[in-house]
Design a protein around this ligand. Structure first.
Ligand SMILES: [Fe+2]
Ligand SMILES: [Zn+2]
Length: 383
């Protein structure tokens, strides 16, 4: 299932010249030779004027500022000149839009809708060799595309050097998202760890740092050594789970997107605490974030009028993330690293026998926007 596709009105703007332009109040209607029409708001046209006075030509940034006028400027004359749209404005300005100006502006307007693909029942994350991602342009592009689409990929042949996950980010040009809880988290079985990750208990599906209002949106989990019995990696596509609940119990998603819950993570030196809903949606109602951490979730006010509705919806979600049908499970061998869109993909670990050998994992964080940014620069999308 594909979601978050570009809006069709901006994705298919004609690249050839219109043959007629007429003003109808606060709209300009454009007609193309094949009969296609577009009706464009005049305020939008004034605000997006492409002339050198309305843009900072050195940087491409907006200079024209609608807030300078007491009244929104009106179009006083509209015509076509050699395929370009000419408009005179009540503020004394004149604008000229060539056909390729519209193509460029509407391309920009349609950007940032990165198509994602919800996991199928037999989903397996794509695997990319560490050296190839670092050194080969095409492999790096394929790695980023897969990670953006699926929310997860695996890097293989990483070796077992400490800090390699940070060096990976440095080599591909993605900054680390630091926290006061250690820049590089060492996860191994030890008696004085500050959270459940440092025990040999199973970890239910979660994303890290639900205790931040903006949790890290990207996470790397590098398995350095894995000699224990058990401890398989488990992942869940949180967006797929939420989409499925949306189909049958849409009101549950409304509750999860509305009721704020507190999460807390603390160590000897730092505390993070946030109160936020478990589901984040964009202005179109599309699901763009899941926050789920059984271990960090704090009690809700017992007198909260939303308590019962919340627990009903939360139970549905918790059952779904715990359902093996929604999970992939595999052994994280030494030298393998998970790359996660952490606002989408939950990670988990089966329990293991801490006395059966050593198991050492390191994780660190980044912002997923920086992967999108690198992808846009690599592919030329950032034109
Ligand atoms: Fe975790
Ligand atoms: Zn202008």
């Amino acid at each position: 299932m594909q979601v978050q596709t570009p809006s069709p009105t901006t994705a298919h703007w004609p690249s050839n010249a219109p043959t007629a332009a007429t003003q109808q109040g606060t709209r300009v209607e454009l007609v193309w030779p094949d009969g296609e029409t577009r009706s464009v708001n005049t305020t939008w046209l004034r605000d997006n004027c492409v002339c050198d006075a309305c843009r900072i030509t050195q940087t491409g940034e907006h200079r024209y500022f609608l807030g300078q006028h007491e009244q929104i400027p009106a179009a006083t004359a509209v015509s076509l000149d050699a395929g370009a749209l000419l408009i005179d404005w009540s503020d004394g300005h004149s604008s000229r839009f060539a056909p390729d100006d519209f193509a460029r502006i509407t391309y920009v307007a349609a950007r940032a809708h990165h198509p994602i693909k919800l996991w199928s029942d037999n989903f397996l994350p794509e695997r990319f060799e560490y050296a190839a991602v670092v050194n080969d342009h095409a492999t790096r592009e394929a790695f980023m595309a897969a990670t953006m689409r699926d929310g997860m990929s695996l890097i293989t042949e990483m070796g077992s050097e400490s800090g390699e996950c940070i060096r990976f980010l440095e080599k591909i040009g993605v900054p680390i998202r630091d926290t006061p809880f250690d820049r590089l988290h060492d996860v191994y079985f030890h008696a004085d760890g500050y959270n459940v990750a440092h025990t040999d208990e199973p970890l239910p599906p979660h994303n890290d740092f639900a205790s931040y209002h903006w949790p890290p949106s990207g996470q790397l989990l590098h398995m350095l050594v894995n000699e224990v019995e058990g401890g398989d990696w488990v992942n869940v596509d949180g967006f797929r789970v939420l989409h499925e609940i949306q189909q049958t119990e849409p009101e549950a998603i409304d509750v999860l997107a509305r009721v704020a819950v507190a999460f807390r993570e603390h160590s000897d030196t730092a505390e993070s605490w946030a109160r936020a809903p478990l589901v984040r949606r964009n202005s179109k109602g599309e699901i763009i974030g899941i926050r789920f951490s059984n271990q960090l979730m704090q009690p809700i006010d017992p007198c909260d009028p939303d308590l019962e509705a919340f627990y009903e919806a939360y139970h549905l979600l918790a059952r779904a993330v715990n359902d093996p049908a929604n999970q992939i499970q595999f052994r994280g061998h030494g030298g393998t690293m998970q790359v996660l869109h952490a606002h989408r993909i939950l990670h988990a670990r089966r329990g293991f026998d801490g006395s059966s050998g050593s198991r050492h994992l390191q994780d660190t964080y980044f912002e997923f926007d920086d992967v999108r940014s690198l992808h846009a620069l690599t592919t030329g999308e950032a034109r």
